[in-house]
Design a protein around this ligand. Structure first.
Ligand code: PA5
Length: 429
């Protein structure tokens, strides 16, 4: 297997092929409206052909900037929230070794994705005695959480190394013309990258928003983009229906009362891919009192917490499993002379084989318990396959929102909490 695949056969006991075909027909129209630019929110369709349009020069510039900062510092703090955070976090968490952060400089840390005072005090203490740089990301340039984090970190950096050196260690990714971050970057002379006008935050992982932090962490952005471009060609030129099938299947289930999709992994490295997916689908589809609720779980960990609910709770869930075919290293269960735990029947078997049987057994149990099941199969965890997966999910989301009849590219509901928060804080009008 050399590319990602979708299997929805375990949905068929719950939604028939003809019910799925009905939604697929709507999906074909939704896909056409994305391709010909007539979908609602059509000003934000830049992601659709982005992978094939990224030039070698653009990728080289990102790599050069990342290389220069990597030389200069031990730690880079990436500041951003939502779409300006989750894509990069997903790639870096998926591809990093579990204990790499203890060794491979520069260490990439994140900030600006919440308002925890403890976190910032501890971060400042950590950075006080280390050389660091900042990669600040905000499309609007005015989002409160990253703006506060950037104020704190810029102040610390300038105090430690002086304003002149700080300017060389700060990179900003923002709108081409508008916003406070663009203004400040111009004034201070920071190196900057542009988030294209026609790409919304949650669709921006393949712009500098995702690519620069990934390059800073030392991963291969070309392979990521190649994977996405291959999926783009597969979907838009070769007529491969994977994204269409996903969108149609989830909508067929939604119409039958399955209103929550729980995406699960059997490898904790994929935790943030699911967080990224939750934002993409939740923010794109949850409007006008409609939409499938996107939830996530890490298995087998959460089988010991959420497993009971999934097996026997309210029957409104369907499950999508992110399966990984090949793992990176082999490791077998050791034999034990005492065998007090009675596990010698597993001796010599790969841990991954035990994990795969946990996956197979759980999928069967959930289907038996009334939970329709989809499977997305990744050959292995590499930049290339993550690129494929990102593009698949973005296209699937655009189609699915089209079937649902909502604009996938706005997020009017996100403003309400901000209005209340600013009123409570006494922001001048
Ligand atoms: O998808 C979106 O538009 C949002 O999640 C934004 O990415 C998030 O609110 C951050 O916005 P900004 O990049 O303007 O700081």
């Amino acid at each position: 297997m050399d590319r990602i695949q979708l299997d929805y056969t375990s949905v068929l006991p719950f939604a028939s092929e003809s019910e799925i075909a009905l939604q697929r027909a709507k999906g074909v129209e939704a896909l056409a409206s994305l391709i010909n630019g007539t979908a609602p929110g059509s000003d934000f369709l830049g992601w659709l052909r982005l992978p094939s349009q990224l030039t070698r020069e653009a990728l080289e510039r990102i790599d050069r900037c990342a290389g220069a900062l990597r030389q200069r510092v031990e730690v880079v703090v990436v500041v951003g929230i939502g779409g300006s955070y989750l894509g990069a976090k997903a790639v870096i968490e998926t591809l990093s070794g579990s204990f790499d952060s203890l060794q491979a400089p520069p260490r990439v840390l994140f900030a600006g994705h919440h308002l925890s005072e403890e976190y910032y005090v501890e971060l400042e203490r950590y950075l006080e005695h280390r050389s660091f740089g900042i990669c600040v990301i905000s499309k609007s340039g005015t989002t409160t959480e990253p703006a506060i984090a950037f104020r704190l970190l810029r102040e610390l950096l300038e105090r430690k190394v002086g304003r002149e050196e700080a300017r060389k260690r700060i990179v900003a990714i923002t709108d081409e013309r508008r916003g406070a971050l663009r203004l400040l970057s111009g004034q201070e002379g920071y190196d900057t990258f542009v988030i294209p006008d026609n790409v919304g935050g949650r669709y921006s992982v393949l712009t500098p928003v995702g690519l620069l932090p990934v390059a800073l962490a030392g991963f291969d952005i070309r392979a990521l983009v190649e994977g996405a471009a291959a999926m783009q060609a597969r979907s838009l030129e070769k007529g491969d229906p994977m994204a269409l099938d996903y969108a149609a299947t989830r909508n067929a289930l939604y119409r039958k009362g399955y209103t929550t999709e729980i995406t699960v992994n059997y490898n904790p490295r994929l935790h943030y891919v699911i967080e990224w997916w939750k934002q993409l689908y939740g923010e794109s589809e949850g409007k006008e009192h409609r939409g499938i609720f996107p939830a996530g779980a890490d298995f087998s960990t959460d089988l010991h917490s959420m497993g009971q609910y999934i097996q026997e709770g309210r029957r409104e869930l369907f499950e999508t499993v992110l399966s990984v075919d090949k793992t990176k290293y082999p490791l077998v269960v050791p034999s034990d002379d005492l065998n007090l735990d009675n596990l010698n029947f597993l001796a010599g078997k790969r841990i991954d084989e035990v994990n795969k049987m946990a996956e197979l057994g759980t999928r069967a149990a959930h289907v038996e318990g009334g939970v329709p099941n989809l499977q997305i199969l990744l050959p292995e965890l590499t930049e290339y396959h993550l690129g494929e997966l990102f593009y698949f999910y973005e296209l699937g989301c655009g189609i699915s929102a089209g079937i649902l009849g909502v604009n996938a590219f706005d997020q009017p509901g996100v403003e309400t909490y901000k209005k209340n928060m600013f009123a409570l804080l006494g922001k001048p009008l």
